[in-house]
Design a binder for this molecule. Structure first.
Ligand SMILES: Nc1ncnc2c1ncn2[C@@H]1O[C@H](COP(=O)(O)OP(=O)(O)O)[C@@H](O)[C@H]1O
Ligand SMILES: [Mg+2]
Length: 310
């Protein structure tokens, strides 16, 4: 690889976001494992804890009290976001810790969110991995949508599958809403269709696009369709207890294609792995775990697939 420090050129990092709606499905674990493997593959990685209400990545990395957090940047104590990075035991891997005690940050205003996003896009790294919080608030969706690679984590549990689908659906509507702002009648239709009980009885994105097309907005319809295709979320099924469960994410792929006109990539699964429980309960830093445990092996395969997609 070209040595960027010698040529003075630097490209912006690839941003991967890990979200998925439901809490406790393993978003933070999967995100940290992906970051771990990228760093092992000699990529310079910054892991960002964007679970603004319940930061936990520092504990997974064995840090009890973060010396600096995202909050130091938001409040201006650290001038640049890069100054909040904490070095971890593994070379190439740095962490921006979240600030769970700070309620103001749990729901940042537009300007703060934009400032965070712009600074993330300019971090000096090959990859930035954003670990998102649960739920489908605009903040979570906006971080998800800004990423080049959007990864939704679910488990084989039906509620988590349902939540992941709702998460992806809301992300699509959020994107449609953002890009239709300058075309008021399209924007209004999008806003209406977001509510499943809308009076136009629009139930799917497909139907929404048809209505927009019929209202004379063929150009608008095509633009929206193109934008939806570009979202291309990827699915990881975590805590699979047997190999057949590792592709449960496909269920969402099929539904999303039919109803949301979305193309999804199934990245396969991560096994339910007792070693992960030992790591969490023993506060053993993830960077010190044995590479041969199943969750590590599975996430290595996922990282390899993701790198090929880049
Ligand atoms: N592959 C796995 N095998 C076993 N336990 C897991 C696995 N992934 C996650 N867990 C357990 O689930 C808990 C929640 O994971 P976490 O990543 O914090 O979820 P989220 O970020 O989605 O809220 C972890 O503390 C761990 O105990
Ligand atoms: Mg988490």
């Amino acid at each position: 690889m070209e040595d960027k420090s010698l040529t003075g050129t630097r490209t912006n990092p690839f941003i991967w976001a890990v979200g998925g709606g439901k809490g406790g499905v393993g978003k933070s674990i999967v995100c940290s494992l992906l970051a771990f493997w990228l760093a092992r593959l000699d990529k310079r990685v910054v892991l960002v804890d964007l679970d603004l209400g319940g930061a936990s990545l520092h504990t997974l990395m064995g840090i009890k009290t973060p010396p600096r957090t995202l909050n130091d940047f938001v409040t201006g104590r650290c001038k640049a976001l890069k100054d909040t990075c904490v070095d971890l035991e593994l070379e190439n891997l740095r962490l921006i810790c979240g600030a769970s005690e700070n309620l103001a940050l749990a729901n940042p205003q537009f300007a703060k969110k934009r400032k965070i996003i712009q600074n993330i896009l300019n971090l000096d790294a090959d990859y930035v991995l954003m670990d998102l919080g649960a739920g489908t608030s605009f903040n979570v969706l906006d971080f998800f949508l800004v990423a080049h690679r959007k990864i939704a984590v679910l488990t084989p549990d039906p509620i988590s599958i349902h939540n992941a689908y709702a998460f992806v659906r809301n992300a699509v509507y959020r994107r449609l809403s953002q890009i239709s702002r300058k075309t008021p009648y399209v924007h209004e239709l999008v806003q209406k269709a977001m509510d499943p009980k809308n009076d136009l009885n629009i139930q799917t994105v497909k139907e929404l696009l048809e209505v927009i097309g019929e209202s004379g907005g063929n150009g608008a319809m095509e633009t929206l369709q193109r934008e939806i295709r570009r979202i291309r979320p990827a699915i990881v099924t975590n805590m699979a207890r047997d190999p057949s469960e590792k592709n449960i994410g496909n269920v969402i792929g099929d539904v999303a294609e039919n109803y949301l006109m979305l193309e999804m990539t199934n990245l396969g699964g991560v096994a339910y792995d007792e070693r992960i429980l030992e790591m969490v309960s023993g506060m053993i830093p993830l960077t010190r775990m044995g590479l041969s445990s199943e969750a590590f092996v599975n996430t290595y395969e996922i990282v390899s697939k993701l790198i090929r997609l880049n």
